[in-house]
Design a protein around this ligand. Structure first.
Ligand code: FAD
Ligand code: SF4
Ligand code: SF4
Length: 414
């Protein structure tokens, strides 16, 4: 693979040969690994993604004697750059804080079962069904493991029926990608960091011209250990759990655990997330992209609505011309029903994500004080977001981060 050659159609050239080397162990030890999974194919099997229960999936050497992997040119944990040009049609008001936005829609899967089981309105699964069933494309998504419902695994077109619903536990969908040029088109579904991994990879290989990506909005991913602890607190033995859903069956719907002998526990989505969010991996606290700005289409909740009952709807953000075409075709062919919204429904739906984003510069500064590996998040509008907050908030962002780095075990005293 030649790092200075850029063959991707949709991505402008960046000077990949000028990027510094960063060893994967430094990324992992300094808390910047998102767990995307790209290390596995990029190392050509020298590293395997392994579920570290208290954190998430992490790349682990298959054989300790092999050389370490340099991830400087592709790792989305440490390298994100918004290198798309702002074009006619992109919302100028949203560009800095939300990345490229061509259109905002609200919609749902026409398949009533997908909509019912879907996290919001089942739009992501409907787009994947359109890609697989109407266009014959491969699909990469996330499903619960059949062996252990707490652990996620990668699912393809044959697992589409298991895909509706968000799983608030680690996932590693980039582990099935290939460093070679793509010979067949793929619809890739992932968290924003997973989609950014795909985007970085596509600078290094030739993606199929019809491949497209869907990013789900993401405030952070809690560990498997946190999920097992929640089940324990609800009075169930995690080893006896046969099924776990986090939301869906109504919007946002209930968290529910079910055991082999028929016991069930339920909680509101808000209560379960309130519990689980403290188990998020460190990288989520310095995440500059919670809304999938490197995707063709990204999807989240239309939280701007006051009425959050009944069957759900998805907030659909079209980010590229390809995404625009895919959504139109999925609507024309009866997979999705959607109506266009004003662009400002995006910020109105996600005020929490914008607030978090304003602290990233301070949090990264705190990491620098501890001489941890430095992430390169360039041209992402972070400086402007930082300028928006007052001095007191800035000091608090740095101070609280220093404490949290110790609490999360990223910084240890010997
Ligand atoms: C950890 C996490 C945090 C989230 N935070 C927010 C938030 O802050 N704000 C917000 O608006 N929305 C958030 N969401 C997204 C939201 O829950 C819905 O996924 C989104 O609105 C799409 O809904 P849908 O009904 O259209 O998708 P569905 O049709 O239900 O499809 C969901 C798709 O998500 C994928 N998926 C599920 N779990 C994971 C996972 N762990 N990793 C990767 N892919 C997965 C599956 O492949 C599936 O195709 C979060 C989701 C997750 C998993
Ligand atoms: S974020 Fe992805 S590419 Fe980076 S170290 Fe983790 S698994 Fe590897
Ligand atoms: S918050 Fe960011 S880093 Fe964390 S899982 Fe979500 S997209 Fe990835």
């Amino acid at each position: 693979m030649n790092a200075s050659v850029n063959v991707a159609r949709r991505i402008p050239m960046v000077q990949l040969d000028h990027l510094p080397s960063v060893m994967v162990e430094d990324v992992v030890n300094d808390g910047l690994c998102t767990g995307c999974g790209l290390c596995e194919p990029m190392s050509r099997g020298r590293y395997r993604m392994t579920n570290v229960e208290a954190i998430g999936f992490r790349p682990v050497k298959v054989n300790p004697a092999v050389a370490s992997l340099d991830v400087g040119s592709f790792c989305p944990g440490i390298f994100l750059t918004r290198d798309q040009e702002q074009e006619d049609g992109h919302s100028a008001a949203l560009w800095e804080d939300w990345g490229p936005v061509l259109e905002v829609w609200e919609g749902f899967a026409c398949d009533a079962d997908v909509r019912h089981r879907g996290s919001s309105g089942g739009a992501v699964t409907a787009l994947a069904q359109f890609a697989a069933n109407a266009l014959g494309m491969n699909v990469v998504g996330t499903v619960a493991s059949k062996k252990d419902p707490f652990v996620n695994e990668v699912g393809g077109a044959d697992r589409l029926s298991d895909m509706p619903g968000s799983r608030y536990a680690p996932s590693s969908p980039c582990q099935v990608l290939s460093p070679e040029d793509e010979s067949a088109p793929t619809a890739f579904i992932g968290k924003p960091c997973d989609v950014a991994g795909l985007y970085n990879l596509d600078r290094l290989r030739r993606p199929h011209p019809d491949s497209f990506s869907i990013g789900i909005f993401c405030a952070g991913v809690p560990s498997v250990a946190g999920n097992r602890q929640l089940v324990r607190e609800q009075g169930l033995d995690p080893d006896q759990v046969s099924g776990l859903k986090y939301r869906g069956e109504g919007w946002p719907g209930l968290w529910r655990a079910r055991t082999h002998n028929g016991q069930t526990r339920e909680m509101t989505y808000a209560d379960s997330w309130h519990y689980l969010q403290r188990f998020r991996q460190w990288r989520c606290y310095v995440c500059p992209d919670h809304t999938g700005e490197f995707a063709d289409i990204s999807v989240g909740d239309p939280w701007y609505k006051a009425n959050r009952e009944g069957e759900g709807k998805s907030l659909i953000v079209v980010r590229t011309k390809k995404g625009q075409t895919m959504l139109r075709q999925a609507m024309e062919q009866g997979f999705i029903e959607a109506v266009r919204l004003d662009d400002d429904k995006l910020p109105q739906s996600q005020p929490g994500l914008l607030e978090t984003r304003s602290s990233i510069v301070g949090r990264l500064f705190a990491m620098r004080l501890f001489r941890l590996t430095q992430a390169r998040f360039t041209n992402m509008g972070l400086d402007r977001a930082w300028r928006r907050v007052g001095v007191r908030t800035k000091i608090r962002a740095v101070g609280a981060t220093a404490k949290r780095l110790v609490k999360k075990g990223v910084v240890t005293w010997h």
